[in-house]
Design a protein around this ligand. Structure first.
Ligand code: MSP
Length: 508
């Protein structure tokens, strides 16, 4: 048991949330739930990035103030977390007064340490990234992320001596080969550092929508500096006692590759300057793509998961995310493949397993889960595969292999279905093989109980419904990962009637 602090990026409120936001939040939730099952002391943070040019522009376009715009949009982002059934412990907004005050103290510290100086900045600026580019970084003269042409800008700014931290950053990377995962992202970030770091501008003179620079209120703090500091500021003012000592350094910052440089280079540079420990790991997952292109609000090619969640509940979406796309890699998503997986894996594999088990216990044993008379439960042929699956899935989840662990769990689902075919309980019943039938039905119920523990991080609602149908309690202790041990099925369980877990989607 230890502490575990996981974060998502804080999302821009310039536009409505999309599937990419739901994806990272869901991934972080899977990991947070799993660590709670291990008994870790967990803190899970998500929130919104509300300052900066992008948000100011979006507000202007709607004829409202940036503050009004942010207040209206934040609800939609909070709703994403609720819709995907995320168990975040806090939701931070960068417009929170406590965040602003902390950011000012933080940059003042960097300033007092001699890491901030005044200079003039000019360059090619992409307003969508809120970042400057050099000609070399552009693709055909366009922003590599947004495909728009950056404009030339010049202003007087405060600069942070990132260059002074180049060696310490490189050393940190070399001493912590797991600092950024997966490995190719680590290599990318380290080689960027080794190519030489320039100082970065950390304030904006022309923009009003931001946190004032504490020693020069005519400027606001660059939105990325403001945003990154959320991971620390939140720990100070999330309800309850100050959580910094308990949860800092963060265990995992999760995100896609678009913001690796900010998190892998600028954030650790700022932390070193202000005298804080660096996060333990960044985990960089892939992009969900639709029609072969990266989805982005600026491009307008966005798949909307929310109607699917409204219709089918959060679990099929959560399941689909890690089943369809190998976590850590880019992958295509779409409603067609969502429906195909739903029918073949949720309705057929898992849904049928539960409904067959429950209906046979109803039919052959009057609704009471039998206890096999002629052997201890541990002798079941399912005991070893089930415990093996629990052990492997645990290691995979600890290692952030969210798709690998789900595949391991699904192997067990398939193993249980094969067991039904092998044992053919309907034949056992017909032949009057009382003990054999008791053992089969007991094993299936026990297998499903164990699955309810393994599935909990991915499909918490489903896991609860499986337990309900089996007459099991559904509280945090019952979901502890240590319960994924064969032979813990309570005696005398009475199964409950209920609707199918996943009614098939009939083709339109
Ligand atoms: N506000 C900054 C982050 C500041 S963190 C200190 C930002 N916001 S964002 O709204 O653009 O969110 C970017 C993040 O959203 C990605 O890093 C990723 O976590 C998620 N995704 C956005 N689109 C995505 C996909 N198409 N696929 C997967 N994840 C995506 O950047």
């Amino acid at each position: 048991m230890g502490t575990f602090y996981v974060t998502t990026p804080i999302y821009y409120v310039n536009d409505v949330p999309h599937i990419g936001h739901a994806y990272t939040t869901t991934a972080a939730d899977v990991v947070a739930r799993f660590h709670r099952q291990l008994g870790d002391d967990v803190f899970f943070l998500t929130g919104t990035d509300e300052h900066g040019n992008k948000v100011a522009q979006a507000a202007t376009a709607r004829g409202v103030t940036p503050g009004q715009h942010a207040d209206e949009m934040v609800g939609k982002f909070k709703e994403v977390a609720r819709k995907v059934d995320a168990t975040n412990d806090f939701f931070i907004r960068t417009t929170d007064p406590e965040h602003k005050a902390f950011v000012q103290r933080f940059v003042q510290r960097c300033h007092d340490n001699g890491d901030v100086y005044e200079g003039s900045y000019s360059g090619l600026y992409c307003p969508a990234c809120e970042a400057y580019y050099t000609e070399d970084n552009l693709v055909n003269g366009l922003c590599p992320d947004h495909g728009i042409r950056p404009t030339f800008m010049e202003e007087k700014n405060y600069f942070f001596r990132l260059s002074a931290y180049q060696e310490r950053l490189a050393e940190h990377y070399r001493a912590h080969p797991d600092f950024v995962r997966p490995r190719h992202r680590y290599n990318e970030a380290l080689s960027f550092i080794e190519q030489g770091l320039d100082d970065i501008s950390i304030s904006r003179a022309t923009l009003k929508w931001g946190i004032p620079v504490p020693w020069d209120e005519s400027q606001v703090i660059y939105v990325w500096v403001d945003a990154l500091i959320n991971y620390l500021s939140a720990l100070h003012y999330a309800p309850g006692e100050d959580l910094v000592a308990r949860f800092w350094p963060a265990t995992y910052h999760m995100m896609a590759q678009d913001i690796l440089k900010f998190h892998g280079i600028i954030w650790p540079g700022l932390l070193l300057s202000a005298g804080f420990e660096l996060p333990e790991h960044l985990f960089i997952h892939g992009y969900l793509k639709l029609g072969g292109e990266k989805m982005s609000k600026t491009r307008g090619n966005v798949m909307d998961p929310f109607p699917l969640i409204d219709h089918y509940g959060p679990d099929p979406f959560r399941f689909y995310c890690f089943r369809e796309v190998n976590f850590g890699q880019d992958g295509m998503v779409g409603e067609e493949s969502f429906r195909a997986r739903y029918n073949s894996e949720l309705a057929n594999d898992l849904g049928n397993l539960l409904s067959r088990t429950v209906s046979m216990i109803g039919k052959y044993r009057d609704g009471v889960v039998p206890v096999p008379a002629d052997r201890t439960a541990v002798d079941s042929p399912l005991a070893a595969p089930a415990e093996r699956a629990a052990g492997i899935a645990r290691r995979q989840l600890e290692d952030m292999d969210l798709s690998g662990a789900l595949e391991t769990i699904w192997d067990l689902v398939r193993r249980l279905n094969r067991y039904v075919e092998e044992q053919a309980p309907w034949k056992q019943a017909k032949a009057g093989e009382v003990d054999a039938l008791d053992a089969t039905l007991h094993d299936l119920a026990e297998g499903l109980r164990l699955l309810s523990v393994l599935l909990h991080p991915y499909m918490p609602g489903t896991s609860g419904r499986i337990r309900e149908r089996l007459g099991l309690r559904a509280d945090p202790i019952a979901y502890a990962w240590s319960e994924a041990t064969w032979g813990r099925l309570p005696l005398g369980l009475r199964i409950q009637a209920g609707e199918p877990l996943f009614p098939r989607i009939e083709s339109e």
